[in-house]
Design a protein around this ligand. Structure first.
Ligand code: ADP
Length: 609
């Protein structure tokens, strides 16, 4: 009950977590991740810088080469091969070193990027797991998973790109401009006027295209969402014969995304066309202007060659700087989203605090004057000065209308949340002073009767309750839970994989595996959140038998959504308006003729319908 209702409440703003719409990027956190990789990073930067410097040299040497050729053509003296060998070999060597440096820095940088990203993933996941349940009420799982995947991916690519390309582009732009100036101040003057205008125009059109592309991507995601929902809930779709409507919905969204992507494609095409013309015109213009200078003997053909290549390098570098800038902005905002939850401390710490030795633990629980409202719904008080005692080794059941706060009582005992006021005691000690991982891991067994199993073997699923348990302990727990027989009837026995890619268990079988999972830790206190959906009579009997056995000798709290199974409880409490209004045994409450007998009568009437 708690789950489905909690989902509806996710729209309300979460005050507890202090959600920040635009988290800021914290450089010191990035530094913590980069520090272990510092040597590799410095190595990468040095190599990238070296490659960039060589890239500046290359145009100049190309010019030398052309000058040799031109001289030979003009004078036809000397030995061509002999003359060209020197500069050609030098250039070849330079190409080789440049290639090596490039490979080197890419190898180092991708190592740094991958390790930083992996560390971030692990740290973020650890930090998410540590958070309170209230945090997960306020944040959608999908968005959290997105931070682990898409955001870290984006951050990693930006990080690598900004360092490699950014360093290279800036060095090359500066270096080549200096070369340009030395080759021909006049031509450079011309370039300084024309080039920035073109690059600026290009950047402007580029950002417009990127916006189109983002919109188109969002539309693709929307279409995917429709398909995802329809395929994920295919039974419901089929049961209502809604295939046709879903098809139309999907087709509509796909058509829209098709149209947007076509527009984007057209935009890119025009942009490419225009920029090709512009770039080619620059080459033509340079040769034209350079030719004039050559004819005035102010420039050699080799210088013109150097100038052309160097100015192309500047052009490419400037264009990539403008792209990089956008990438950096995106990287920083993804990084900020990743870092946001890294430093978040849960308000309920998972460990620290006292433990009660096993032999002296009686398992008595007192709820004293508890008032509580969910952090995501501060205005709605669920429990109001609620009092209840669970005596050692007795079974207490809570009944009451749906939404009355029964499951909330169990959540508070598990310390999924802390009450706003009042105290919960275990053996007379405030549970807030006790070690939480001990309390959850060893004292309280929680059996939700609509259980979730993990996609691994039955053995592993039961061992989830006590990771260090031996196989014999697992089998023993399964026997207590009436599960051993059906498990051994599978061909793979305890190694049978359950869940999405394995065997699907029936409702009753799942419940018994869940009971075994809770029993294996031999808890002093057992909380049973009863199933709201009924099992068939035979499964119900087997499960009930397992539960009866499980509850013997333990303090038990049953959250009863139906009344038929709790008539044997030592104490039945009826909740209304966030507190206990009636308490007694089944017979006492019946003879009293109050709320409980009303509930029984109503449920009987519903049963007969
Ligand atoms: P019951 O178990 O008696 O059906 P619950 O304890 O599940 O009732 O719920 C009591 C009230 O608390 C309901 O109004 C429900 O909407 C609300 N509630 C339950 N879980 C949450 C949650 N995680 N966040 C916000 N409100 C919740």
């Amino acid at each position: 009950v708690a789950h489905c209702e909690a989902d509806e409440n996710n729209n309300t703003p979460a005050e507890v977590v202090g959600k920040n719409p635009a988290p800021e990027f914290k450089w010191h956190i990035l530094w913590e991740f980069v520090k272990p990789q510092l040597f590799a990073l410095i190595g990468a930067v040095v190599l990238a810088f070296g490659a960039a410097i060589l890239n500046i040299q290359i145009p100049l040497m190309l010019g030398d080469l052309v000058n040799v050729v031109a001289r030979y053509l003009r004078e036809h003296t000397g030995n061509y091969v002999h003359e060209i060998r020197g500069p050609a070999l030098k250039l070849l060597g330079l190409y080789g070193i440049q290639g090596l440096l490039t490979s080197g820095y890419i190898i180092l940088l991708s190592r740094v990027g991958e390790r930083v990203a992996a560390d971030m993933r692990k740290t973020l996941f650890t930090s998410l797991l540590r958070q309170d349940v209230a945090f997960f009420d306020a944040n959608k799982t999908g968005q959290l998973v997105n931070r682990l995947t898409a955001d870290i991916q984006e951050f990693k690519s930006s990080f690598k790109l900004v360092i490699s390309q950014g360093l290279r582009s800036i060095t090359q732009t500066v270096g080549c401009f200096v070369s340009l100036y030395f080759i021909s101040p006049k031509l450079t003057g011309l370039t300084v006027v024309v080039l920035p205008c073109l690059v600026g125009a290009g950047a402007l059109i580029g950002s417009f295209l990127r916006r189109l592309s983002r919109l188109a991507q969002e539309q693709v995601a929307k279409a995917t969402g429709v398909a995802d929902e329809a395929l994920g809930n295919v039974r419901t779709v089929k049961a209502f014969a809604m295939e046709d409507r879903e098809r139309q919905l999907y087709a509509h969204e796909v058509n829209k995304s098709c149209e947007m992507n076509e527009n984007l494609g057209a935009g890119i095409a025009v942009f490419q066309g225009i920029s090709n013309i512009a770039l080619n015109c620059i080459v033509l213009g340079t040769i034209f202007a350079g030719g004039t200078l050559i004819s005035n003997n102010e420039l050699s053909p080799g210088d013109l060659m150097s100038f052309l290549v160097a100015s192309q390098t500047v052009q490419r570098s400037l264009a990539s700087i403008s792209i990089l800038f956008g990438q950096m902005v995106r990287g920083i905002s993804s990084g900020a989203r990743v870092f946001e939850y890294l430093s978040l401390e849960p308000s309920i710490p998972l460990s620290g605090g006292g433990r009660i030795p096993y032999h002296s633990l009686t398992g008595r629980v007192d709820f004293m004057n508890i008032s509580f409202s969910y952090p995501t719904r501060p205005g709605h008080q669920v429990l109001k000065r609620f009092n209840l005692t669970l005596p050692p080794s007795k079974t207490v059941a809570i009944v009451g209308e749906s939404g009355g706060g029964k499951s909330t009582v169990a959540s508070l005992l598990e310390r999924f949340y802390d009450p706003n006021s009042g105290v919960i005691m275990l053996d007379g000690l405030d549970i807030r002073t006790l070690d939480l991982s001990w309390l959850r891991g060893q004292v309280i067994g929680f059996i939700n009767q609509e259980p979730v199993l993990f996609g691994s073997s039955i053995m592993e699923n039961i061992r989830f309750g006590k990771p260090e348990a031996t196989d014999a302990e697992v089998i023993n727990a399964a026997k207590q839970a009436n599960a051993h027989r059906f498990i051994t009837s599978f061909p793979d026995g305890y190694n049978t994989v359950v869940g999405e890619r394995g065997v699907t268990l029936s409702g009753g079988q799942k419940q018994r595996v869940a009971i075994a999972r809770a029993l294996i830790k031999n808890p002093s206190i057992l909380v049973l959140d009863e199933a709201t959906s009924a099992l068939d009579a035979e499964s119900e009997r087997v499960v009930q038998e397992a539960l009866d056995r499980a509850t013997r000798g333990r303090t038990v709290l049953i959250i009863a959504h139906r009344l038929s199974t709790i008539q044997g409880a030592d104490l039945i409490c009826v909740m209304s308006n966030g507190r206990v209004v009636e308490a007694g045994t089944h017979l006492e409450l019946l003879s009293k003729g109050g709320l409980y007998s009303d509930l029984i009568r109503r449920q009987r009437a519903e049963g007969q319908k």
